[in-house]
Design a protein around this ligand. Structure first.
Ligand SMILES: [Zn+2]
Length: 543
C-alpha cells in the first residue's frame, strides 16, 4: 500500500514538474504585476516635476531620463545601436491666418470669421501662403475608395481649386453595415484622410464642413487647436505636396456658403448616395496666412528583450510618453500633467516589461517596448518608428498599444477599439475567459477612435494592431456607473490641467489589463504563426 502511494505521488510530482514548468514561470511573471507598482509609476509620471511631458522641452529631458532608468532597472536592452533613444526630427510650425476668409463671386463678397466660422492651418513650411480667387467646389465626402466602388473625384480636375467636403463617410447614419462600415468610421472618414486625398488630387485648399456628431468632437476642439503651433515630422520637401490651406467650416458658415451659392444643403444627403457628382459652387476663396517654423529633435524610447529562438520576429508594446506640457493657466494651474493620458498606460507597459523580464524561460520571439513621442500631435513618434523600424515590419507580429486607461477600478469587459479588424481579437477573447471577463466592441466606433491612437500608425503599415482595455462594465458598480465616470472624465479632465493623479484612484483595473495583455503577448511570443487581418479590413491588402 505504502509503496503504491509513494509511487503514484512520485509520478504525479514528475508530471507536475515536466508539464507545469511553463505555467509556474508564467504565474510567477504575472505575480510581478502589482497595483502598488502601477500607482507608483502613474503618480511619478503624472507629477508636476515632469512638467506635462511636452516634446522638445525640459519636460522631455526629465521624462527620457526617467524612462531610461526604468528600462535599465527592469533589464531591457537598448534597441537602437546601443541606445534607448531613437531621434525623431520634428517641425513646429506656427500658422497665422487672416482673421477673415473672404468669399467672392456671383457679384457677391462676404466673409467668415476666424475661429467662430472657420479654422485654417498649413503644413507647408513656406513664409506666406495665399489663396487668390481659388474656385470652390463641393466634392461630397472627398473619398476615393476602390473597395467600395466610390470616387468623389471621378473625372474632376481640382488643381488650384478649393474643395469643400463633408466629415466622416457615407456609411454614417445608415444602419447598413455593408455600406462602408455603417456607423463605424472607416479611415476614409477621418479628417487627416480628407486632406491627404485633396492633396493627392492637387487641390490648393480643403475645407471640411464640421458636424460634431459624425466628427466625434465639438467645434471647440477644432477652434482651440487652431491657435497653438503644430508639430509634424520633418519633411524634406517642406510639405510642398500638401494643400496650401487645410481647414474647417462651422455648420452655420457652411450653410451660408451653400445658400449664397444657390445650392441646397440637401446636397449633403445626396452626397451619401452612390452616383453623386461634385458640384462647382461658382464662388472663390481668398485668404492669406503667414507661417514661421523651427526644426527640433524629440525621441522615442525603445528597450528590447531578445527572443531565444526567433529574435528577428517581434511583438511591440507601446504607449506614448508625451502630453501637452505647460500651457494656459486654469484655476491657478498651468501644468497639463497627462496622468491618465498617458501616465497609466506607460505604467501598464513598464509592468508588462517587468513581467517579461522575470520569466526564467525567455520567449522565442523578441519583445520590444516602445514609448513614443508626439502622439498628441498626430501619432508622430509611432509614424516615425514605422518609417524607420528597428525590426522588419514583415516580421513584426503585432502591436499592442494602450492609451487613456481610466482609474475606475476593475472591469468585467475588455473593450476592443477597432473590433473585427484582426485575429488579435480572438487572442483577447480567449484570455478574457481565463480572467472571467468578456470582450466587447468600442460602443462609439463612429468617432473613429481606432484612427486616433498610436496603434493606427502600425495598422496603416499593415501590422496587426490592438487597442484594448477594460472600460465599460465596472465589476462592482456596473455599466451605467462606468459610463457616467467615463463621460465625466472626458468632460472635465481630458486634455485639461485636471488630468492629474488623485488619491482616490483605483488602478486594479489597469493591473488586470496588464496581466491579460501580458498573457496575449506571451502567447504570441512563443508561437511561430502570424495573426492576420480579418476579411473586410481596410489594412488586409497592406500586409
Ligand atoms: Zn493619449
Amino acid at each position: 500500500m505504502k509503496s503504491i502511494v509513494f509511487l503514484s505521488l512520485f509520478s504525479i510530482l514528475l508530471l507536475f514538474s515536466s508539464c507545469k514548468t511553463n505555467n509556474f514561470d508564467l504565474e510567477n511573471a504575472l505575480a510581478t504585476i502589482s497595483v502598488e507598482d502601477l500607482v507608483h509609476q502613474s503618480k511619478t509620471l503624472g507629477s508636476d516635476e515632469f512638467m506635462g511631458r511636452k516634446p522638445c522641452t525640459e519636460g522631455e529631458t526629465i521624462t527620457l531620463n526617467y524612462l531610461e532608468s526604468e528600462y535599465k532597472r527592469i533589464g531591457l536592452e537598448p534597441a537602437v545601436d546601443g541606445s534607448y533613444f531613437q531621434d525623431v526630427s520634428l517641425m513646429e510650425i506656427l500658422n497665422t491666418p487672416d482673421d477673415k476668409l473672404k468669399i467672392t463671386g456671383k457679384g457677391k463678397a462676404f466673409d467668415f470669421d476666424l475661429l467662430t466660422e472657420f479654422a485654417a492651418f498649413s503644413m507647408r513650411a513656406q513664409k506666406e501662403i495665399k489663396l487668390d480667387q481659388s474656385e470652390l467646389i463641393f466634392v461630397g465626402y472627398g473619398i476615393v475608395a476602390p473597395e467600395y466602388n466610390w470616387n468623389d473625384y471621378e473625372g474632376l480636375d481640382v488643381k488650384g481649386k478649393t474643395v469643400v467636403v463633408l466629415v466622416n463617410d457615407p456609411g454614417f447614419g445608415t444602419e447598413d453595415e455593408s455600406f462602408f462600415k455603417g456607423n463605424s468610421m472607416t479611415y476614409y472618414g477621418r479628417w487627416t484622410y480628407k486632406y491627404e486625398e485633396a492633396a493627392r488630387r492637387g487641390a490648393d485648399a480643403c475645407f471640411i464642413i464640421h458636424d460634431s456628431k459624425p466628427a466625434g468632437y465639438g467645434w471647440g476642439v477644432v477652434s482651440n487647436g487652431n491657435e497653438a503651433p503644430r508639430l509634424f515630422l520633418t519633411d524634406e520637401n517642406n510639405y510642398a505636396d500638401r494643400c496650401a490651406v487645410q481647414g474647417w467650416l462651422s455648420q452655420d458658415a457652411a450653410k451660408k456658403l451653400f445658400e449664397e451659392a444657390g445650392l441646397s444643403v440637401d446636397l449633403w444627403k445626396t452626397a451619401a448616395k452612390p452616383g453623386f457628382k461634385a458640384i462647382p459652387m461658382n464662388l472663390s476663396a481668398n485668404m492669406e496666412m503667414k507661417n514661421s517654423w523651427r526644426i527640433d529633435t524629440s525621441h522615442n524610447v525603445l528597450g528590447v528583450l531578445r527572443g531565444s529562438k526567433r529574435p528577428d520576429e517581434v511583438i511591440i508594446y507601446s504607449a506614448h510618453w508625451d502630453h501637452f506640457g505647460i500651457g494656459r493657466k486654469v484655476d491657478g494651474d498651468s501644468i497639463y500633467n497627462g496622468a491618465v493620458d498617458n501616465g497609466t498606460s506607460l505604467a501598464w507597459m513598464l509592468e508588462i516589461a517587468e513581467a517579461f523580464k522575470s520569466l526564467k524561460e525567455r520567449p522565442e520571439r523578441s519583445v520590444l517596448f516602445l514609448a513614443t513621442t508626439a502622439e498628441e500631435s498626430g501619432l508622430l513618434g509611432a509614424s516615425y518608428y514605422v518609417q524607420h523600424p528597428i525590426f522588419e515590419l514583415s516580421k513584426t507580429v503585432a502591436n499592442i498599444n494602450n492609451d487613456l486607461m481610466l482609474p475606475y477600478g476593475r472591469m468585467k469587459d475588455v473593450m476592443i477599439t477597432g473590433y473585427g479588424q484582426s485575429e488579435l481579437d480572438d487572442y483577447v477573447a480567449e484570455m478574457a475567459i481565463k480572467y472571467d471577463r468578456y470582450i466587447m466592441p468600442d460602443p462609439n466606433p463612429h468617432t473613429g477612435m481606432y484612427f486616433r491612437a498610436d496603434h493606427f500608425a502600425f495598422a496603416k503599415a499593415g501590422v496587426p494592431a490592438l487597442f484594448a482595455r477594460g472600460n465599460c462594465d465596472s465589476r462592482e458598480f456596473g455599466k451605467e456607473w462606468a459610463l457616467e465616470k467615463e463621460t465625466n472624465w472626458l468632460a472635465n479632465n481630458y486634455h485639461k490641467v485636471t488630468d492629474e493623479y488623485e488619491e482616490w484612484w483605483d488602478l486594479n483595473g489597469v493591473t488586470d489589463d496588464a496581466k491579460l495583455l501580458f498573457e496575449v503577448g506571451y502567447k504570441l511570443s512563443n508561437e511561430s504563426t502570424f495573426p492576420k487581418w480579418k476579411e473586410g479590413s481596410e489594412f488586409k491588402s497592406l500586409r
